[in-house]
Design a protein. Structure first.
Lengths: 228, 228, 228, 228
DNA sequence: TCGTAAACGAGACGGTACGTCCTGTCTTAAC
DNA sequence: GTTAAGACAGGACGTACCGTCTCGTTTACGA
């Protein structure tokens, strides 16, 4: 349930070669590798234990020894699959992020923009994703071995979704024709992560006010937000 | 040089009683404590070593044993002053952040808003603060013992500076009368931190586009940004 | 080449049932067991790898994983044949010891006694047996699962050979009529193993002096050894 | 109680420099080394736990983790003092061997020779020394880092004691004038170690028969042993 | 000018977790 | 049913740091 995440970003430095064979090769070649195949049950148990422990104690206090114990697994079984705690938690993170990326086309630009913000804020507020990514922000920001794959998958996907919303909004003449999708992403989602780190409620009302500000601006001469 | 930070937020959990006596008590009472006084040289050496090591290896990989060794100091000398690695690094962080908060009043709202953004982006890009806070984002986000004092000092100070800019902008009729200073902070600085973590250049041109977007909005009916 | 050792002492605890079928059953029944027959090549490769590795790293540092790797064999193939590291090395040891037991009847008691000593000292000095048994002395002395079969085969055989020498020597009136064969074994071979463990050359000259001492004793009133 | 063994053979490869400073330096220089001094209580607890566990499970199955646990000590405290399990057990071994070396001068050569044998056989039979050395024979025989110090202390001391017995026996005209003390050691003690490894009772009666054989020899023309 | 008392560098202490290695067993496809 | 390959749960390895402690020494004040 946590496996087969939609992004192919694990091949870089984290997953070992054997793992890639099993996970990524053409289906017809599966099973050609000799030896006992890796246990999906162990894999799932490890990720589940990791998720629970990250929620309980946070990333910094997460101990692979405890993950192994809770998963009922030898430590080597973890290290066989992931090079480090970061790699393990990255896979968990990608799996947790996946459901919160897509923005549905509903025909109304403001509603779609709102989805962009609430997708992020609800994921951070209501799911394990928030706890996990809080613990990984520093690694993502400082360590390219973790940050690059994260950016190449989750961030890129989110930027792409928002770009489509912007494109549709321009087509509907709801948005300025020169609206920059990347800047839109940063203006819509940046405040959410700002609050995640530096404090502030991640409510739907906050999301709504972010969207209105992005639409109408703070300038005195700007059009007033439509009352709703 | 790293001491005497402008915020008095260290008393909560971090600094021990003896330390407070020395640092904070009325000058006439200094020296009343018997025994050899604490060494300022050691204090500075510890903070300098901490700064260098956070830059070199990040917060997670920072080891107090290494700090002590590099500072030429016994471990107990560190523990005598700070309860934990977090407390030590917090003091460093506050000292590094202090110079990058203030926004000068120049009479022009857009310029002042631009300062709000470039203050942040240049601090992150050009000074040790950027490297250090990259390594501490997770702790600030997850660990209230570090996050709360940080929010109560640096973040609050930055929000207050931006609030003054907003107030002046409203007074000048440059900004909508109902402009929310907190939301303004999040819209102006959020994108900067978004790029810090999730990738993207922290250039002055980026800062400029953020300010324009915040001023004029993305909506089609909004006034176009002044060409410059 | 290492198989078919002359002693039948492996059946006790060490060899498993399947192994016995193959090795010991009537030839006409060989091959009646269904399935692929066991590979003699694998068997020999395992024993050869074991011998080489015991010589290289000793018994304690011997790892069955390394034996399997060097023999080009799966670990299970080893465990299918021997219950443990001890059992494997015991078979090796017995094969190595076998050629060094027999003492030829030559008609001269002193020469035959000398053979008893040089048999041992040359085996320890010149063949793989010396290196292997050096690494196994502790196991033989401490672990009955290895020591008992070793004593029941190699030690017993050596005692029996020496007993025959003693019997012949008494018959020739070269030896005291009450000479104890077991004590003779210990007096003749004990010094050799003493030197093996506690230092000293295992030369033929040493063997010669041991034999003379055993024949004539250290007492002042004893007959002088014949000059030769 | 187990410390300060009478032999200075630990300096070779096993004890680290710091340890030597503490243990061996001139008393007036003790305490010059900075830092907290090593705990004698911990040292003793470790050796006691080691002795008990070697007796319980043998050398091969001895686990430093268990030693640490039983001694109530951190693993690092063991590794700070000894480089390896072998080095630790060697110190124990030397302490255990020390009381069983000396042979008292009683004026009677046979009695003194008997002491040489019973010293060894009783030590092996009745004290922890027997269990411990059984587990270390292979290391002593194969690993010069353990064998050399053992030979340079215990074996050398025993050879020296026996040499004195031989010298006194020659002076008393009880022993042949050309009796070789080293060969005597091997003939007297070799059989004891032979039985230790290869089986046989280590009784006082056995010791007595060894001594008589060494005195009178097995040859038919040798003088009969004095009946006693 | 001393004694008192706390801070100092150093490093040992009991612990916890690391990442690796090996054990003996099990599971696969191939033969 | 055996083969090579290799994953499995478990446990010990030797190392690295943790936060505390115990040394001998140093530094400053008050008596």
């Amino acid at each position: 349930m946590l496996r087969n995440v939609p992004y192919r970003i694990l091949d870089g430095d984290f997953r070992d070669a054997a793992s890639r064979n099993v996970t990524d090769d053409h289906p017809l070649r599966l099973g050609l590798r000799p030896g006992r195949p890796r246990s999906d049950a162990a894999h799932r148990a490890i990720l589940d234990a990791t998720r629970d422990l990250v929620i309980e104690v946070g990333f910094t206090q997460l101990r692979l020894e405890h993950v192994a114990a809770r998963a009922g697994v030898g430590k080597a079984t973890i290290y066989r699959r992931w090079r480090s705690k970061e790699a393990l938690v990255l896979e968990l993170l990608l799996a947790l992020a996946a459901p919160h990326i897509a923005v549905e086309e509903v025909g109304d630009t403001r509603t779609e923009l709102l989805s962009c913000v609430t997708n992020a804020s609800r994921a951070l507020n209501d799911s394990a994703f928030g706890v996990v990514i809080r613990g990984l922000l520093s690694e993502i920001a400082s360590n390219p071995r973790l940050g690059d794959p994260f950016r190449a998958s989750v961030v890129l996907a989110r930027r792409a979704e928002i770009a489509q919303v912007i494109t549709r909004g321009i087509a509907r003449d709801d948005l300025r024709h020169d609206a920059d999708p990347d800047l839109a992403t940063e203006l819509l989602v940046g405040p959410v992560y700002f609050r995640l780190v530096f404090g502030g409620e991640l409510s739907d009302e906050f999301a709504s006010r972010v969207v209105d500000s992005v639409l109408h601006g703070f300038g005195a001469s700007a059009s007033a937000p439509v009352d709703r």
